[in-house]
Ligand binder design. Structure first.
Ligand SMILES: Nc1ncnc2c1ncn2[C@@H]1O[C@H](COP(=O)(O)OP(=O)(O)OP(=O)(O)O)[C@@H](O)[C@H]1O
Ligand SMILES: [Mg+2]
Length: 226
């Protein structure tokens, strides 16, 4: 039975010193494991904030995030334990080599074979030979492959990605995208991805457009001719 995340009547408002920023309200959407969902929208629309709320990493102002795994309601803490993250800036730890970066979340959950499993994941992304290299010895695309290996190494139900190819050239972005989609299909992982890239959005099963505080399905035709 596939897991899902249900956003119920979600609103988010930021209170700053002298003003209130109302990002969105009344958002209702279900994110399913095994499906890829793209979140598109203009800069500043609130995409990253919505992604963090989906992942249980940012508190909504009102509404409820419901997480159901194996047929039962689970806590947001459990959602975080069953999730992986990929960011535009890769976010690898600079002092750790590729293997140690991938092994870290495994070690944190007490995996006695963390390094062995991490090496398997590095091999899955084609970087077995670069295990001992630190992030500054790797190209941007290679660093993102390490980040993908790290996000999938704990075999999460969901991966949350914020513009994962935003810092990469077109050819590298295409390679990374192929790799990511192959791996999520193989592992039946749910993907929620913020992207400005039309081709990437078209590869997802669902597209959601965040515009003027509302979230709506984005028809493929509209995107194709955007
Ligand atoms: N902690 C905060 N306090 C106040 N305002 C914030 C905070 N975090 C984000 N915002 C504001 O919320 C709005 C949406 O931010 P968000 O990063 O979610 O947008 P985005 O759609 O991801 O934009 P981009 O495409 O540029 O990444 C922005 O106007 C931002 O300034
Ligand atoms: Mg953003």
């Amino acid at each position: 039975m596939n897991s899902f995340i249900e956003l119920q009547n979600i609103a988010k408002t930021y209170q700053t010193q002298d003003s209130q920023v109302e990002l969105f309200d009344n958002i209702n959407v279900t994110i399913e494991q095994g499906k890829a969902t793209a979140i598109v929208g203009a800069s500043g629309a609130g995409k990253s904030t919505l992604l963090l709320i989906c992942a249980g990493l940012e508190q909504q102002s009102t509404g409820n995030v419901r997480y159901v795994s194996k047929g039962e309601s689970r806590s947001i803490v459990q959602l975080k334990q069953n999730s992986g993250f990929i960011f535009q800036q890769f976010h690898l730890l600079p002092e750790l080599n590729a293997l140690q970066n991938v092994a870290l979340p495994l070690k944190l959950r007490g995996d006695k074979h963390a390094e062995k499993n991490a090496l398997c994941w590095l091999e899955n992304v084609g970087l077995g030979a670069r295990a001992k290299h630190k992030p500054n010895q790797l190209s941007g695309g290679e660093q993102q492959r390490v980040a993908i290996a790290r996000s999938l190494s704990t075999q999460p139900e969901f991966i949350f990605a914020d513009e994962p190819t935003g810092n990469l050239d077109e050819a590298t972005a295409a390679t990374i995208t192929d790799l990511l989609f192959d791996l999520i299909h193989e592992n039946q992982t749910g993907l929620v991805m913020v992207t400005h890239n039309t081709e990437l959005a078209l590869r997802c099963d669902n597209r959601l457009n965040l515009k003027q505080g509302s979230l709506n399905n984005y028809p493929v035709e509209e995107l194709a001719y955007a």
